[in-house]
Design a protein around this ligand. Structure first.
Ligand code: MN
Length: 750
């Protein structure tokens, strides 16, 4: 553990330095040994000499000769990422174009166009890293992803570069340390994860934490050290019977305990709000065995069977990534079993080949020989990135947020009716699936059939589902849709469609304004529009037109203006804003006007005649008597939500101009389907007692009833037709009084 905080000054010694450089260079050649073809060794030597010569007079912040850095990066590229000769050459030269006299043309002449392209990508990346504000970083991230889509080796070498910089961060200023560490957490660790480079991801997170949260880092490091002996003893006890049986069965294998990283322990402590002592899984057991490709899957399950002969598995925590590898290529079987002393222990089972992929990630897949590239899941993922990046008008920060969520999430596998597999993040819905197939299919999606059953667009999918999308030419994306999707692709497509829709509505507002101005005898000149926008406190023309179209801005207010030639002017002696000194007050005045207008149009609905068409929001299922508000939607007319609807704060904040006050009228003819969850103590007569209150005493119709009981506790869902809030309150009160009822809650969506 690195606890030494005092930096020893570096004393240059040319003899020792030369030896060290040669030692590192030989280590690189050794690592490359199996990959060297005829003439390659000579190429690597030339790259090394060119870099050494170019960086000759440069030193790192630590005082060491600069060439040690590109050498270390090349070694990581080969040893830890598993790349070959071309990448090693590029890694050796990665800082030359940026920091020395060497040009891209020099590199192209010496090593060919492929190396030149990769080094060009690396140079561009180090240029964009310089800026530091958030939206700039977001834009940078997008550019980085673009290079990834071109040649993944650029990113892989960049990751090696960043890893070495993180390993040698001690000699940087505190400010630089923080900047580099947070950038690593923000961009590079997620990328390493997505590319399947787990070890690099874990090391990056640990190193970053050492600088951003030093106190927590060193406390956990110390506690890990103190508890190590006890842990080793436990691991040995756990492993012993398994090792013996695996030997008897003739496996060629390795079994060992692997400590969890400091960062992941800390994450768990924070997420669960527990102390170090309460984190039970400080380690995982890993079994790696040799097996020919045709037997490895069966062997994984043989190992599983042996382990579960000794320890009880937790079936809910079985992760089978053999049958369905992750899209970054990861394959393994993870199980959690009850170990000695009643502790849950995770065991990871892999063949040697699977382990290679787990450690080298993408690089183990990535074959550079021409003509062998197969359509694997990683290629699909690259394709998705390309598509996303091509939508250049979407908001970069939003995109980044959505994209980052997708980088970290677990995945599910769903199938098209033809049996093609689509990889989606966990939590993805039928609508996400529709957008994953095609933007147009997503935009026209009205529902789906999941395993032949009809479901709404918001239906959450599970691994193994077969999904058929149902579309309609009349369908259009609405604001609500953003709540139904989790993929970056669906989100940005919906946002784009809404923007287009807003533009169309705005065009109507524009026509309305032009007609009004025409009747006043003034042109819609830029000067006049600016005058109006200032008055109405609008900053964008599109927004201004839109507000006019949805009547949030009342054109009657134009009567305050006087016409002077072809100019509109606001006279200083104007009746309304005279007493108001600041713009703020004027805006209050306008909003009051709007408010009055809404009150005048106060809608009382629920009457038997349906003068006003409205829909009840699905998110909160209001019934008469609830406090409600209405919102005018673009496609579905008036929608009624409960004021305590989970979506209310967002709706009220973003669409204030579309909110209409609404109130219920008394009505006994119409009833509304409402769901209740009832929890209580199980006893024989319970269903009878409940139904007796509902349909017997209160004469309320029941639409559905399901009760499940387990261990003496029952939980029931009852759907009833209720006339209004009063009736519901009375029903709840009566049910609560029954013996054994613990709680009754109203379902958000019945
Ligand atoms: Mn570098």
């Amino acid at each position: 553990m690195d606890t030494a905080q005092v930096k020893k000054p570096y004393v240059p010694n040319e003899e020792l330095e030369k030896k060290e450089i040669i030692r590192q260079y030989r280590a690189l050649l050794r690592a490359l040994k199996t990959k060297l073809k005829k003439g390659d060794k000579e190429l690597v030597r030339r790259a090394f000499e060119m870099a050494a010569e170019a960086h000759r007079d440069m030193r790192r912040k630590s005082g060491e000769p600069y060439i040690l850095h590109p050498l270390a990066v090349a070694l990581i590229t080969v040893e830890e990422i598993g790349l070959g000769v071309t990448s090693a050459i590029c890694a050796l030269l990665h800082d030359t174009v940026e920091d020395t006299e060497i040009t891209l043309e020099d590199i192209e002449r010496e090593f060919g166009s492929q190396c030149a392209r990769i080094i060009d990508g690396l140079t561009k990346m180090s240029n964009i890293e310089e800026s530091s504000n958030t939206s700039q970083q977001a834009e940078n991230f997008r550019k980085i992803l673009l290079t990834l889509a071109e040649d993944p080796r650029v990113i892989l070498i960049k990751l090696a570069d960043r890893l070495h910089n993180m390993r040698t961060l001690d000699s940087m200023s505190r400010e630089k340390q923080l900047k580099i560490a947070s950038e690593t957490t923000f961009i590079y660790a997620p990328l390493a994860h997505r590319l399947g480079l787990y070890n690099i991801k874990l090391e990056m997170e640990d190193l970053a934490m050492k600088y951003t949260e030093p106190e927590a880092y060193f406390t956990i490091a110390r506690k890990l050290q103190e508890t190590r002996r006890e842990r080793t003893r436990y691991i040995n006890e756990f492993i012993k019977p398994i090792r013996e049986r695996l030997q008897q069965e003739g496996f060629d294998f390795e079994i060992f305990g692997r400590p969890k990283t400091i960062h992941s322990i800390w994450q768990k402590m924070r997420k669960k709000g527990v102390s170090f002592e309460e984190v039970y899984d400080l380690f995982a057991i890993r079994i790696i065995f040799n097996s020919p490709p045709e037997r490895e899957k069966a062997d994984c399950w043989r190992v599983y069977s042996i382990i579960t002969d000794f320890y009880m598995p937790n079936t809910e925590r079985l992760r089978d990534w053999i049958s369905n590898p992750k899209s970054n290529g990861y394959e393994a079987l993870h199980i959690t079993v009850m170990g000695p002393g009643g502790r849950w222990v995770e065991v990871q089972i892999r063949s040697r080949r699977m382990n290679e992929i787990a450690e080298k990630g993408l690089a183990a897949h990535w074959k550079y020989k021409e003509g062998t590239s197969t359509e694997n899941r990683f290629d699909q993922w690259l394709q998705q990135i390309r598509e996303l990046l091509s939508r250049s008008d979407s908001n970069t920060l939003d995109f980044l947020q959505d994209f980052k969520l997708n980088l970290f999430s677990e995945e599910i596998y769903v199938y098209t009716p033809k049996g093609d597999v689509k990889v989606l993040p966990a939590g993805a819905t039928a609508l996400d699936f529709a957008f994953a197939i095609h933007t147009d299919i997503g935009a026209r999606c009205i529902g789906a059939k999941v395993n032949y059953k009809l479901v709404p667009i918001s239906h959450k999918l599970h691994s193994g589902d077969q999904v058929e999308i149902i579309t309609s030419q009349k369908q259009k994306p609405t604001e609500d849709w953003l709540n139904y999707v989790v993929t970056a692709k669906a989100k940005s497509a919906i946002k784009d469609a809404l923007k287009e829709e807003k533009r169309q509505v705005a065009m109507e507002g524009k026509a309305m304004l032009e007609k009004k101005l025409d009747s006043m005898g003034v042109p819609a000149s830029t000067a006049n529009l600016n005058e109006l926008m200032q008055y109405f406190h609008q900053t964008s023309l599109i927004d201004f037109y839109y507000q006019i179209a949805v009547k949030a801005i009342d054109l009657k207010e134009l009567k305050h203006f006087v016409v002077n030639g072809d100019k509109l002017e606001l006279p200083r002696t104007n009746p309304s804003p005279t007493n108001n000194l600041s713009g703020k007050d004027i805006s209050l005045e306008t909003s009051k006007n709007t408010h009055r207008k809404n009150e005048a149009e106060l809608i009382i609905f629920g009457e038997s005649s349906d003068k006003i068409a409205y829909k009840l929001a699905n998110c909160c299922k209001p019934i008469p008597g609830d406090d409600v508000f209405g919102i005018i939607t673009a496609n579905e007319g008036l929608k009624i939500h409960r004021t305590n609807c989970p979506n209310a704060p967002q709706l009220l904040a973003n669409y204030a101009h579309r909110i209409v006050k609404t109130k219920w009228a008394k009505n006994k003819e119409i009833s509304f389907l409402t769901g209740l969850r009832i929890v209580g103590i199980d006893d024989v007569g319970v269903i009878h007692k409940i139904t007796n209150v509902i349909s017997g005493e209160m004469k309320i119709n029941i639409s559905a009833l399901s009760i499940e009981s387990q261990g003496g506790i029952f939980e029931g869902i009852i759907k009833v037709y209720i006339h209004d809030k009063e009736e519901l309150d009375e029903l709840v009160e009566r049910l609560t009084k029954l013996d054994g009822i613990e709680s009754i809650t109203r379902l958000e969506n019945a």
